[in-house]
Ligand binder design. Structure first.
Ligand SMILES: N[C@@H](CCC(=O)N[C@@H](CS)C(=O)NCC(=O)O)C(=O)O
Length: 200
């Protein structure tokens, strides 16, 4: 299996971390977003949307959209519950991540950290809506340990990368202690080097 991804991208890291957690083998093919690389003809032939991540299996099948990819990779694993309602709750968080979390936290982080833009030049809604998303997460994590229900699971992997990178986007995680604790717990589960503690 080939993963076409940019290692600076949280959407791509979701795929890598899911594979690493499950012990799935892959070849990582670095395709840098923000450079026009995803707009090349050969890449659009794989993913017409011109975005990483996208995964290709040896038989030629291709799958894009980070949360669709990790869902497929994790089917029948401990990362996805078998109970139908618990599965739907997990999907609730995956859709929320793509509509109410990633568009603010990931975009502000990319503008500042990857593109070097002045925070003052950015749409203020990126900050306010990102903070609102972090508040939702913090409130949730005051009542439960994981977004995936009783145990660590796929919703945690989906929400982790851009939450973990939030300080690079100018979000102060000190205001969200439950989120900070959860990041540390996820890092231990995935055996990642602690990042947030180092950037706080
Ligand atoms: N909803 C998509 C978003 C993918 C996405 O936005 N990918 C970015 C990198 S994080 C990209 O490839 N952008 C292309 C470009 O900017 O050239 C997913 O979850 O996979």
């Amino acid at each position: 299996m080939k993963i076409y991804g940019d290692e600076r991208s949280g959407n791509c890291l979701k795929v890598r971390w899911t594979c690493d957690f499950l012990g799935l083998g892959y070849e990582w093919v670095e395709v840098l977003a923000l450079t026009g690389a995803t707009d090349q003809d050969w890449f659009r032939a794989l993913n017409p949307a011109g975005q990483v991540p996208c995964v290709q299996w040896p038989d030629g099948r291709v799958l894009a959209q980070s949360n669709a990819i990790i869902w497929h990779l994790a089917e029948t694993s401990s990362l996805i519950p078998t109970d139908p309602f618990a599965r739907a709750k997990m999907l609730e968080w995956l859709f929320w991540e793509q509509y109410s979390h990633e568009p603010y936290l990931a975009v502000r982080r990319a503008r500042i950290h990857l593109m070097g833009l002045d925070p003052a030049s950015l749409d203020p809604a990126l900050l306010s809506r990102g903070l609102a998303a972090l508040k939702v997460m913090d409130t949730t994590l005051n009542a439960q340990d994981w977004f995936s229900g009783a145990d660590f699971g796929l919703a945690d992997i989906a929400l982790l990368p851009y939450t973990r990178f939030a300080p690079q986007g100018g979000y102060d995680l000190a205001a969200f202690p439950a989120v900070t604790r959860w990041i540390g717990a996820c890092e231990r589960h995935l055996r990642l080097q602690a990042l947030v503690a180092a950037t706080l």
